[in-house]
Structure formats: structure tokens, C-alpha cells
Design a protein around this ligand. Structure first.
Ligand code: PEP
Ligand code: MG
Length: 824
């Protein structure tokens, strides 16, 4: 007897389907094996489990495999590869829908039919349902319409969200390649025929998962076009995650207030705090259109074409960035946007409005409004949410049309963007931006560091879907845990509000004692400083009780301009920082550019690996004129307040010696000997340097570990690369061993600080203290919380935990250990 295998994302669903099929069989049942779910509750499919199930179901007559959707098919195909050749030849992968197909297959197999017959019966199992429903839906026969004498075919939409923007874009793009006029309609809803080469028309079909669509064509390549559409539909329009029922479940579970919660769950926490507010896409809102007369249809059309070209260029750039960072499947959303720019229906409407005397902005906005409204009117919330895509693209073109008069930035809310450059993060208006959600990015990227410095709760690495949350949708996020809820329902919102209130009162308690020095419970003082990237940061540092500025990133003075600042300008800026800190020590790091921070006015040769190239101290030594001027400003400041000067990205002792010689020259130039408060140190960011700490110790007064770069280089995981964000965790035991090596190499002769982001991770504070670190420098707003973490630490316990952590296998194990110690 032919055996059956059920491949399904859900184990519960597979078992229920098998039970249902068993009900229909009389007499001896066919063997049925289930390969479903990754465990009892986790959705997924596994090729090895499928291969085992096939082997178990085979009684010598072969096996028919029924699958649910998407990756189930891919896993089943992979399972075939894993089978012995003679068994593989007896296996049929059946395209039938799972439940109907399984019932038909079970009955047919039990009758003793061969595997081909079983598969054919299963595949035909939809026929009854189709003939039952089609007349009721009032569907015309396939040949009944305008171009209707050509070839036609029907197919069922298997994409979980139906034929939404990305699959629709794929359909339109494919159809465009044929010499044929192709039309399509939704038999399930009895929709009219629409052109398959217009994205906006296709979207009005309201085609949902499971809907049956009909396609027809006329022209020289009509047959090929229809076949291509059917083949495409069989591949779920190449949508990468079309097979994930989890997405549906998430959407349903999170739906609230009339929105579809497509993005719920966790990203990577990048800046702590709770934020609640409407989603805001930069530039999503439409600019105001001035009331000016038309210059004539031809001139106005030229304006439209120019604006479309600009928007197209911008979209292509974003698409390329997205493809590079997240892969082509995610970048495909921008194909839909690009297609909209060339949509024949839209452009015909614009032309006709121009012909009627409308100026370009008015014509464009009226035509795009019409299409957006058609989307908005669709019953399915997912498809109706595509209105936001149309409005975003429409606004983009309108801005290109209007140039500088394009109007105001988005209003108050949670900013949603692909990523945040350092400049964008620095420019965040904290009065308007309650929080930030990024599709990509990593917690140690400079954009995230700046968001943290500015106290803006941020979650990164959420994936491209977050970009599809419609403007204005309520969003709640916790930047400390990475949790994000789109369109939260009342009780969820209440939980977020309660958490926000608890955090606020904890913060207040910590703030009240932030001005006092922190020491461990057993009396070991640990200085907690602030990382400062501007005078405003320095004021925030003083405000939050920082004992010193443990890192002044001087790049803020050098980036985003056309010439370097001279010593006078630098001194004024450093003095402003020092004044804000009221005479507390400031640690000025010399210029750390190169890598992800190029200088516009210093030409640099292209590098294949800029992070491994001329950056940090290497850059300064290659451009001594810049370092000379900077050291002069620093030594002048050191005559006024206690100053530490620190060199970044040091790899070798000679680099320190050369930099120190230049410092001596600057001291001589400034006159008056060496200020008593001047200390000279280096950053430990290069693994080889960390392991050579003892060799550096005689030449420096202190070392400060930059865990962001140290982790990047130790783990060979670029710090801003979202795809690797899970890797570059400073608590990885490999990185901890390097920190341990620094502390042991320093041997108590020179103090060891940490100024990378790990220092601001409250859970990791005892670990660092246990390893021997006695100064932490963190984002200004993190100072009070980190001081509390120091006060909760007992040195002996911390040292024991640190010793255990060094022997663990990975960062996850270290974090488990820290969490257990925190509870105990
Ligand atoms: C570091 O690398 O940890 C560091 C503090 O320097 P930056 O983040 O500025 O590279
Ligand atoms: Mg660094």
C-alpha cells in the first residue's frame, strides 16, 4: 500500500488533518507519517525529519508527500536529496492543498491505488469545492470578457498576505516582458477584469490567500504570458517568506485598533527606555502644495518627468542599500515603489489632469490620491495598508516637484527608518522623536550610540517589514529589551505604561544619588564617567552626575565640514565641554576617523576594508598636520583643567612613542612645561594590543578599553553590520579574555577603564569590575543606572563570576550566568 507523509509547519495542524482523514477511511488505512513543526509548538519544517518520515511510511509501494506551503515544499525537496536513490524514485511530491489532498489521498491509498493515482486524486480534490463555490460567487466563465478568446488559466493565491505589493510587483514586472495584453480578475470576489501590467489595478483585486484568480491574454505571446503567470503563482510569486504561517499568526494575534500588527516581537535593544506613539516615517507626510498656475501641459509634464527621475534615483539607492544589508527579498518592496512610478494607469491620469489645466503638483497629487483611496477602500487590512506605500511614494515625488518648499518634517511619534547615520542620529529632535525603530543597524553602530547618548529609546535590526507599518499606527517599544508591539491593544498598552512608570521611578531614585561617587558594597571605588560627543553631551553628563568625561569623541568637530578646525576653534570647543563639567577631568581622544567615519577634506585612497585600514592613530600619524594642531589645543586646555589625552586604535608600541613625541612637541610649542594634571593614555581596541598590554604599560598613564571595536576585531564581525549584530556581543568569553589580558597586563601599574558600550550594560558591570576594571565611561544618561549597578556589586563575588565567565562557551551562556547571579 502507498504510504503518505504530511509535511506541515504546525504539528498540531498536521495531527488534526491526519485524524480527519482517518475518519474518512473504511477498512485498512494507509500508513501515514507526520513531519511537522520543529517541536510541539514551534512552527517550521525540517528536511531530516521529512526524510525519516518517508522511510517510515514506505512499505515498498512508494510514498506520496503532501505539504502545506512555502518552505514546506523546499524542505520536502531537500529531503528527497537525503534519501537513498531507490527510495527517492518511489516518492511523489504532491502539489495538492494539504487538508483536501490528504483526505483524498488517504481514501485512494486505502483502496490499493498506485502512488501516481493517489497523487492525482489528491490534486483533483479542490474540484468539488471549486464547482460548488464558483456559481455562487457569480463568476463568469473563463472566456467571457473583452480580450477573452485567447488562452486563460486559473490559479490560487498561496501567499499568506495575498497578492500584496511585493508579489503584485513581481507579477506586473513579469507580464511586462511579453508581447501580450494580459488581464486578471479575482474569481473569489467576482471582481472585474483588470490589466495585469498595472500595479494599482492588480492591487484593487483584493486578492487574499486562498483566492482563486483567473488570468487571460491576447497577442503574439499570449500563451507564454499566461503560462508564466501560472508558474509564478505556483512559486508564490517568489516571495521569500511566503510560507511562514507564523506571520499570519502574528498579524492576527497583534491586530488591534483596526490595524494589522505585522511587526511584533523583538529586535535588538539599542537604547533603553519605553516609547509609545504613532509611527512616523521621515517624509511620509505629504508636503503642502502652493497655489500657482499651470505653465502649459507640456512644461508641466517635463516637471513630472524630472521629479519621477529624481525619485527613481533615490529609490534605487535605498533599494541597493537594503539589498546589500538585508538581501534581495527584503529590497523587493522598493521594486513595488519603483513600479508605481511608471504605472501606466497613474501616469495616464496625471497626463489627462495636466491636459485639463492642472499644474504638475496638483495633477500628481490628485491622481495618486485616487489610487491611494482605492487601496484604502479594500476590505483586507493588509492590502488596505498598502495605501501607505502609495502615499509615501506620492509624497516623495511631490517633494521632488516642490524642491525646497516641500514643507515640515513628520510630527511627534516613533521614527521608523531603514537605518540611522550618525548625522541623522545627531539631528534627532528629541521633542518630536519619542523612540526609534530601525529595520537594520546594530547596537554598537555610531547611529545607535548617538541615539543612546540622546536618550531616545531605540530598537534595531527589526527587518524590512517594520518599514511597512503605516504612518500614524500606534507603536509601543522597549529599548531595554528590544520588544516592539505595533497597534497594541489596551492591556498591552497598559503594561507598557506601567513599565514606563516603574522605570521612571527607578531612574529618579538613581538620579537622586548620582552626584555621589560609586563604590562596591565592599568599598572599592569605581569612577563612572560619561562619553561625550558635544558640549550638549557634557552638560547632560554633569547633569547626570558623571565623575568625569571618560571619552570625548572629538570627531564631532571634524566631520560634516569642508576644512579642519584650527587649534583655536578646537580649544574653544574643548573648553566649553570642560566648563560644563565644572573642572572634572576630561579625557580627550585624538581624532578617530577613517573606517565608517571618513573626512571630506582629507582625500583618502579607496580601501577594500576601511575598518582594517588607515583609521584612528594610523590616520593621525599619516596626517601629522591634523594631529599637531589637535595636540596643541589639548595641551593648552590642560593648563586650565585636568586633562587626559588618549590615542585611538593603537596596534604597536612605536605608534604610541611617535604620538607621544608629537605631544612633547606640542607642549614645547605651547610653552611652560608639562601641566601637572595631564595624563597620557591609549585605547585598547585591537586584540593584538590588548594581549601586549604589559609592553605598553611603561609608556602610558592609563588604558581605556573600547569594547565596540575590540569585539568587532576579536569576533571578525563588523560592528554596524545588522546581519552580524548577534555576534558582536562584548560579553563573548573571547572578548572577556582580552579584557582580562588587559587587566593582567596592566598589573595594577596603570589603571584600566572601559569606555565601549559594554560599560553601560548594567548586567555586565559586575563582570568588568570582577576582571579588574576601575573606571567605566558610559552614555551620560546611563551614568546614574551604572552607578547603582556598581553599588550593588560585591568585589569578591564579581571576581568569582568573572572567572567562571571566562570559561564559558559563548555570550549567551555568560548572560545566563549574569542573570542567575543578578537573581541570586
Ligand atoms: C570603542 O570602540 O569601543 C570606542 C569607545 O570607540 P568608538 O565607539 O568611538 O569607535
Ligand atoms: Mg573605537
Amino acid at each position: 500500500m502507498v504510504g503518505l507523509v504530511v509535511v506541515c509547519h504546525s504539528r498540531a495542524l498536521a495531527r488534526a488533518a491526519v485524524a480527519l482523514a482517518a475518519e474518512m477511511v473504511h477498512g485498512e488505512p494507509a500508513p501515514i507519517e507526520v513531519a511537522a513543526g520543529l517541536d510541539e509548538t514551534t512552527f517550521g519544517t525540517d528536511a531530516v525529519a521529512i526524510a525519516d518520515a518517508v522511510a517510515a511510511a514506505d512499505r515498498g509501494d512508494g510514498v506520496v508527500v503532501l505539504m502545506d506551503l512555502g518552505s514546506a515544499v523546499l524542505s520536502a525537496e531537500l529531503a528527497l536529496e537525503l534519501l537513498e536513490e531507490d527510495l527517492r524514485d518511489r516518492v511523489v511530491l504532491c502539489p495538492a492543498p494539504l487538508v483536501e489532498g490528504l483526505v483524498a489521498a488517504a481514501v485512494t491509498a486505502a483502496s490499493g491505488a498506485g502512488r501516481r493515482e493517489v497523487s492525482d486524486e489528491a490534486t483533483a480534490a479542490m474540484a468539488g469545492k471549486q464547482s460548488h463555490l464558483a456559481p455562487a460567487a457569480g463568476v463568469e466563465p473563463a472566456s467571457g470578457g473583452g480580450i477573452g478568446t485567447g488562452p486563460s488559466a486559473t490559479f490560487t493565491v498561496t501567499n499568506p498576505h495575498g497578492l500584496h505589493a511585493r508579489p503584485a510587483a513581481r507579477l506586473v514586472a513579469q507580464v511586462a516582458g511579453y508581447d501580450a495584453e494580459v488581464e486578471i480578475r479575482n474569481r473569489g470576489t467576482g471582481s472585474p477584469w483588470v490589466s495585469a501590467s498595472s500595479l494599482s489595478r492588480v492591487a484593487t483585486l483584493g486578492a487574499l490567500h486562498g483566492h482563486e484568480l483567473e488570468v487571460r491574454a491576447s497577442g503574439a505571446q499570449a500563451r507564454e504570458a499566461v503560462d508564466r503567470v501560472v508558474a509564478l503563482a505556483a512559486r508564490a510569486f517568489d516571495e521569500a517568506d511566503a510560507g511562514e504561517p507564523a506571520a499570519d499568526a502574528r498579524a492576527e494575534a497583534g491586530a488591534g485598533n483596526g490595524f494589522v500588527a505585522e511587526v511584533g516581537g523583538f529586535g535588538r535593544p539599542a537604547s533603553p527606555g519605553i516609547a509609545i506613539g504613532p509611527a512616523r516615517h521621515p517624509h511620509a507626510s505629504a508636503p503642502t502644495i502652493p497655489d500657482v498656475a499651470s505653465q502649459g501641459a507640456a512644461a508641466e509634464w517635463d516637471r513630472i518627468e524630472d521629479a519621477l527621475a529624481t525619485a527613481r534615483r533615490d529609490l534605487r539607492r535605498v533599494r541597493a542599500d537594503t539589498a546589500r544589508e538585508a538581501g534581495d527579498a527584503h529590497a523587493a518592496i522598493f521594486d513595488a515603489h519603483l513600479l508605481l512610478l511608471g504605472d501606466a494607469d497613474l501616469l495616464a491620469d496625471v497626463r489627462s489632469r495636466l491636459g485639463g489645466g492642472a499644474p504638475a503638483p496638483q495633477a500628481w497629487s490628485a491622481a495618486t490620491d485616487r489610487i491611494a483611496a482605492e487601496f484604502g477602500a479594500l476590505a483586507d487590512p493588509y492590502l488596505s495598508a498598502r495605501e501607505a506605500d502609495v502615499r509615501a511614494v506620492a509624497a516623495q515625488v511631490l517633494r521632488a516637484l516642490l524642491g525646497d518648499s516641500a514643507g515640515a518634517p513628520p510630527g511627534f511619534g516613533v521614527l521608523i527608518a531603514p537605518d540611522l547615520t550618525p548625522a541623522e542620529a545627531a539631528g534627532l529632535d528629541t521633542a518630536r522623536v519619542a523612540g526609534v525603530l530601525l529595520a537594520y543597524g546594530s547596537p554598537t553602530s555610531h547611529g545607535a550610540i548617538l541615539a543612546r547618548a540622546r536618550g531616545v529609546p531605540t530598537v534595531v535590526g527589526l527587518g524590512a517589514r517594520v518599514l511597512e507599518v503605516p504612518d500614524g499606527t500606534p507603536v509601543a517599544l522597549d529599548g531595554g529589551t528590544g520588544e516592539v508591539v505595533v497597534a497594541p491593544l489596551g492591556p498591552v498598552l497598559a503594561t507598557f505604561r506601567r513599565r514606563a512608570a516603574e522605570q521612571a521611578s527607578r531612574r529618579e531614585r538613581a538620579r537622586a544619588r548620582a552626584g555621589s561617587p560609586a563604590m562596591t558594597r565592599d568599598g572599592v571605588p569605581v569612577a563612572v564617567g560619561a562619553n561625550v560627543g558635544s558640549p550638549a553631551d557634557a552638560r547632560a553628563a554633569a547633569d547626570h552626575g558623571a565623575d568625569l568625561a571618560g571619552l570625548v569623541r572629538t570627531e564631532f568637530l571634524f566631520l560634516g565640514r569642508d576644512a579642519a578646525p584650527d587649534a583655536g576653534e578646537q580649544l574653544a570647543a574643548y573648553r566649553e565641554i570642560a566648563d560644563a563639567l565644572g573642572g572634572r577631568r576630561i579625557t580627550v581622544r585624538t581624532l578617530d576617523v577613517g573606517g565608517d567615519k571618513p573626512l571630506r577634506y582629507v582625500p583618502a585612497a579607496a580601501e577594500d576594508n576601511p575598518f582594517l585600514g588607515v583609521r584612528g592613530i594610523r590616520h593621525s600619524l599619516e596626517h601629522p598636520e591634523l594631529l599637531r594642531e589637535q595636540l596643541l589645543a589639548i595641551v593648552r586646555l590642560a593648563r586650565e583643567v585636568p586633562v587626559s589625552v588618549m590615542f585611538p586604535m593603537v596596534s604597536t608600541v612605536p605608534e604610541v612613542l611617535r604620538a607621544r613625541r608629537m605631544l612633547d612637541e606640542a607642549l614645547a610649542r605651547a610653552g611652560g612645561g608639562t601641566p601637572s594634571g595631564l595624563r597620557v593614555g591609549m585605547m585598547m581596541e585591537v586584540p593584538a594590543a590588548a594581549l601586549k598590554t604589559a609592553a605598553f604599560a611603561p609608556h602610558v598613564d592609563f588604558v581605556s578599553i573600547g569594547t565596540n571595536d575590540l569585539a568587532q576585531y576579536a569576533l571578525a564581525a563588523e560592528r554596524g553590520n545588522a546581519a552580524l549584530a548577534g555576534l558582536s556581543d562584548g560579553t563573548d568569553p573571547g572578548v572577556l579574555r582580552l579584557i582580562d589580558a588587559v587587566c593582567r597586563g596592566a598589573g595594577g601599574r596603570v589603571p584600566v577603564a572601559v569606555c565601549g558600550e559594554l560599560a553601560g550594560d548594567e548586567a555586565a558591570v559586575p563582570l568588568l569590575i570582577g576582571l579588574g576594571v576601575r573606571e567605566l565611561s558610559v552614555a551620560p544618561r546611563s551614568v546614574p543606572g551604572v552607578k547603582e549597578a556598581v553599588r550593588a556589586t560585591v568585589l569578591a563575588e564579581a571576581a568569582a563570576a568573572a572567572a567562571r565567565a571566562l570559561d564559558l562557551a559563548d555570550a549567551a551562556a555568560v548572560r545566563d550566568l549574569l542573570a542567575a547571579d543578578g537573581r541570586g
